[in-house]
Design a protein around this ligand. Structure first.
Ligand code: SF4
Ligand code: SF4
Length: 129
């Protein structure tokens, strides 16, 4: 994992990747601009593209392609360590954005109250450059 990778805190509990403690179980997430606008001037214009609506237990299977449940992660669980995905970010007018689509914030917060689709989620940590 890159040293530039932020710790992800996420409150979107409607996502299949969400886990108690506001952790994200995905192995990798993508933060994007609002597609219609093409750039972001506020947090609301950003989104977590890896959001996957939890529509019930059967839907867990759909999330498994991006699940961070390897042995290392299980060990981290046992120790109570924070689990965090690799972040790839395309919001290049954010002050935390670095060439190569890295985010150099030490931590980011993803939210989206009652999110039903990707565009309902936001990177709250976004700050215009
Ligand atoms: S919305 Fe994004 S950051 Fe939050 S749990 Fe889902 S994939 Fe992870
Ligand atoms: S803080 Fe900025 S660079 Fe980091 S993930 Fe959010 S929008 Fe992207």
């Amino acid at each position: 994992m890159s040293s530039e990778n932020p710790v992800v805190k996420c409150t979107v509990d409607q996502c299949t990747h969400w886990m108690q403690g506001n952790q994200c179980m995905a192995s990798k997430i993508g933060i994007y601009n609002d597609e219609a606008k093409g750039d972001s001037s506020a947090s609301a214009d950003t989104q977590c593209k890896s959001f996957h609506a939890n529509k019930g237990i059967g839907d867990m299977v759909g999330a498994l392609h991006n699940a961070n449940i390897g042995g290392t992660v299980r060990a981290a669980f046992a120790e109570g360590t924070q689990i965090t995905p690799t972040v790839e970010c395309y919001v290049n007018n954010c002050k935390y954005w670095n060439e190569g689509n890295y985010c150099h914030a030490s931590a980011i917060e993803v939210d989206g109250l009652n999110a039903a689709k990707t565009t309902d989620t936001d990177c709250k940590t976004f700050e215009v450059r």
